[in-house]
Design a protein around this ligand. Structure first.
Ligand SMILES: [Zn+2]
Length: 180
């Protein structure tokens, strides 16, 4: 993490750490903003519902930002290198990343009374299958536990509306940046 009032070269920083990036690297988090760079690929199927807005800036490769409209229709914003996107608060979204892609993400630090929600929906009809709530500063990882519960129990992945069963997906680790 970089100190405040310090400038640095984002491109050089990525180039210097490319071989060992992991999933994400935090630039700043002890401010009004959490700023990090995420690298693909990923396999997440959950939709995150953030009480704050999020900004995505695609640095390299492609990001397929799946989201649900207010009437629960699935949409995808495809971000190519150099493109950016502001996702309004409370829009369920599932960023799906191409291998080797890099995205700069800016989120707002949550207030103590705010919750993040994570929902899983049926791929065929977007009916909700499962939901969990997580507090940003809670060390227990509710999202990883939800993935485990669904992987173990097929009935949690079966759609009550159309009957389709989603495949089991294992968690990729902590949902929040400060722990990953
Ligand atoms: Zn369904």
């Amino acid at each position: 993490m970089f100190p405040h009032l310090t400038r640095f070269n984002l491109r050089n920083w990525i180039d210097e750490n490319r071989g060992d990036w992991g999933r994400r690297r935090v630039i700043w988090e002890d401010s009004d903003f959490i700023v990090f760079v995420t690298r693909g690929p990923n396999t997440r199927t959950d939709f995150h519902i953030n009480p704050g807005d999020e900004i995505f800036y695609q640095l390299e490769g492609e990001l397929n930002l799946h989201y649900l409209t207010p009437d629960n229709k699935p949409e995808v914003a495809v971000l190519k290198e150099g493109e950016m996107f502001l996702l309004p608060r409370f829009v369920p979204h599932s960023p799906r990343r191409e291998d080797g892609s890099y995205t700069l993400v800016v989120e707002r630090v949550r207030r103590p009374d705010e919750d993040d929600r994570f929902v899983w929906v049926c791929r065929s009809c977007t009916h909700q299958l499962y939901e969990t709530t997580a507090h940003f500063n809670d060390p227990a990882d509710a999202v990883a536990k939800a993935y485990e519960a669904m992987a173990e129990d097929e009935t949690l992945r079966r759609c009550a509306q159309c009957g389709q069963t989603e495949p089991a997906v294992r968690s990729e680790g902590p949902a929040f940046v400060w722990r990953g």
